[in-house]
Ligand binder design. Structure first.
Ligand code: ADP
Ligand code: MG
Length: 635
């Protein structure tokens, strides 16, 4: 048999590499800007046309390239950043694989103009992507400023499959803006600007704090931040964390920067969050911007081609350093919640001469005897242990999953009672309803009890069933919202006093993308001025749902933002499914909410009329069944 192994032509190898390095326009921008930073630029300007599909141009005032280097730069594995294997372990630059430029060239048309300080003439190199005929390269002298201008045109023109894979301009733009924010944050001492045609941002060179304020000026200001600083032999950590009172329910800004690169590191993320335990509500998270400087030999950034994950050699040792630094900061700045004596002081009326104090009066029912109530009928035993049989009759129950009044009418009693004051087992009287759930008795009713304000405990007659109240309600609402939007049954109602929301540029791009879907769910937005929109219509009967929060969350979910620790595993959800999930999360009863017996019964009934009640949309279990066998093993 003849030999069959062949070396791939460079054009093919580069296209394959491009698939790893360049996923979308934002990744091209990232690679180009990193090169500019490595070249020592103090100014980097980015220009983008059609969300980067037509043109991406990065202009810097860095050290530039000689005519030979300008051409060499596009060769595979051509890099000025390492010379030998040892250099790999002492690397302080962003790039080192020499892959970015050849990869970008393989899938676009690239033009470079560059000049070094010492040269009087610059060089212009033009490379028309790898077509089957191979690359066409031309080079000539040109007049240009010191520094480098790289223009990337017609991205993916020769890879139709990848071009098709690109999202709409709005989503790609939104990704570009997120990437820009990340790079601007890391390189605060570099002046950075971006012009996307619809949006122009120019950030002055400044301190980290100024940069944070400049980037997120719409939603954050410096007073919300506390400085963190620590230096040990292993790591230097500096940056800012937010005061606990500014913890966010939505879109917390969380950045770990390691040796000049934004990195995902779930373990250190947890280290920071652990410092806020008991200081902030459980459904909120702090913002943080922490820069780590470590010996490059002690980390490995090479574990993913896009270099946004990292492995530390001394992870275990760094955790307590982070934790103590953040805790020290929170303690030093008395960021721990304290009692504010200036407001809500108890009014004291000292007795004047001659006045007699009034005895306190207690209202009680003299005839009341807690033991004289008729016992509840026990659940009949002949039903069998299958929940689907047991709850078959419940499907008739007319539970309306959307509480039939809007949030503005919420009474204070809808607030969950504080956890500490509650007994382990408590239920409201059957006729009371806290959530306005429209309930109708179904017969026979299994006994429902609420435990720890979190779980509904009921029985199938034989088995014991423990239901997570939040997940159960979330599942019910999710299915309902989705069904209504698919059947175009959702009706919008105008609100009297619309909420105003401020959208950053990436959210504005997202809004254009999903506006019609939002309308499909009953949300109407009107442009006000500047960066402000008002939410003038909300879904009818959306109850507890916090419209402002939901709309913002939906907009943020549009951006495929992997820096958010992939909380949702959102990639597998369609836009509508994500929306339904976000709405359901907002409107569902929470852990900590007290439920009346009727409300619990109606949740149970509704849950078990769903085709698959056992898992939430995210795949979390909704209930747990304890069989008599399992119980006997416990006892
Ligand atoms: P890497 O950054 O991993 O070295 P690249 O393909 O991104 O690989 O770049 C190849 C080389 O081209 C770099 O090592 C650098 O010498 C040069 N280069 C790229 N962009 C610039 C720039 N903006 N200014 C100066 N030199 C650059
Ligand atoms: Mg590079």
């Amino acid at each position: 048999m003849s030999d069959i192994i062949r070396l791939l032509p460079d054009s093919v190898a580069n296209k394959i590499a491009a698939g790893e390095v360049v996923q979308r326009p934002a990744s091209v921008i990232k690679e180009l800007v990193e090169n500019s930073i490595d070249a020592g630029a103090s100014e980097v300007h980015i220009e983008v046309k059609d969300a980067g599909k037509t043109l991406i141009r990065v202009v810097d005032n860095g050290k530039g390239m000689s005519p030979t280097d300008a051409r060499m730069a596009f060769e595979r594995h051509a890099t000025s950043k390492i010379r030998n294997a040892e250099d790999l372990f002492t690397l302080h630059s962003m790039g080192f694989r020499g892959e970015a430029l050849p990869s970008i060239c393989a899938i676009s048309e690239v033009e470079v103009k560059t000049r070094t300080e010492g040269d009087t003439m610059g060089t212009r190199v033009e490379i028309v992507g790898a077509t089957d005929a191979g690359q066409k390269v031309s080079q000539e002298p040109c007049i240009c400023d010191k520094g480098t201008i790289i223009s990337v045109k017609k991205l993916f023109f020769n890879v139709p499959a990848r071009r098709k894979f690109l999202k709409s301009d709005n989503v790609e733009l939104s990704n570009i803006m997120r990437e820009f924010e990340r790079m601007a944050l890391v390189n605060n001492s570099v002046r950075m600007s971006i012009d996307t045609g619809s949006k122009r941002i120019d950030l002055r060179a400044g301190t980290l704090k100024q940069r944070i304020e400049d980037i997120w000026k719409n939603t954050l200001n410096g007073d919300q931040l506390l400085p963190v600083e620590v230096e040990t032999s292993l790591v230097k950590i500096e940056g800012f964390v937010s005061r606990p009172e500014f913890a966010r329910r939505r879109n917390p800004l969380q950045y770990l920067i390691v040796n000049g690169r934004v990195m995902r590191h779930p373990y250190f993320h947890k280290a920071v969050l652990s410092c806020y335990e008991h200081l902030i509500a459980t459904d909120t998270q702090p913002c943080y911007f922490l820069k780590f400087t470590v010996d490059p030999a002690s980390i490995d950034v090479n574990i993913s081609p896009t270099k946004n994950e990292i492995k530390f050699e001394y992870e275990q040792q760094i955790w307590p350093i982070i934790a103590s630094a953040v805790k020290t900061t929170l303690g030093k700045f008395a960021a721990v919640p304290s009692i504010d004596f200036s407001i809500d002081a108890i009014p004291l009326h000292p007795l004047r001469d001659g006045e007699t104090p009034e005895a306190p009066h207690i209202d009680s029912h003299p005839e009341y005897n807690p033991f004289s109530q008729p016992p509840r009928k026990p659940a009949s035993n002949n039903i069998g242990s299958n929940w689907d049989k047991l709850y078959a009759g419940f499907e008739k129950s007319n539970f309306n999953p959307i509480p039939a009044h809007n949030s503005a009418e919420q009474t204070p009693s809808a607030e969950p009672a504080p956890m500490e004051t509650q007994q382990p087992v408590e239920t409201l009287q059957p006729e009371e309803t806290l959530f306005g759930l429209d309930v109708q008795a179904a017969d026979p009713i299994p006994v429902c009890m609420q435990i720890a304000s979190k779980y509904i405990v009921t029985s199938s007659g034989i088995d014991l069933m423990i239901i997570d109240q939040h997940r159960a309600h979330l599942k019910i609402l999710y299915e309902e919202y989705l069904r209504m939007s698919v059947n175009a049954e959702t009706v919008s109602q105008r609100v009297m006093f619309p909420d105003t929301i401020t959208l950053d540029s990436s959210q504005q791009a997202a809004l254009q993308e999903v506006e019609s879907d939002l309308e499909g769910f009953g949300f109407m937005l009107e442009y006000e001025s500047g960066n402000e929109w008002s939410i003038c219509g909300i879904p009818t009967g959306s109850g507890k749902l916090d419209a402002k929060d939901v709309v913002l969350r939906i907009l943020d979910s549009v951006t495929d933002d992997s820096a958010n620790y992939g909380k949702d595993a959102a990639a597998s959800f369609s836009v509508r499914e994500r929306m339904a999930l976000i709405m359901a999360r907002s409107a569902a009863v929470r852990r900590g909410d007290r439920l009346s017996v009727k409300e619990m019964e109606s949740i149970v009934a509704q849950l078990f009329s769903l085709p698959d009640p056992s898992l939430t949309p995210n795949g979390n279990p909704v209930f747990h069944i304890l069989t008599p066998d399992a119980i006997s093993r416990l006892l």
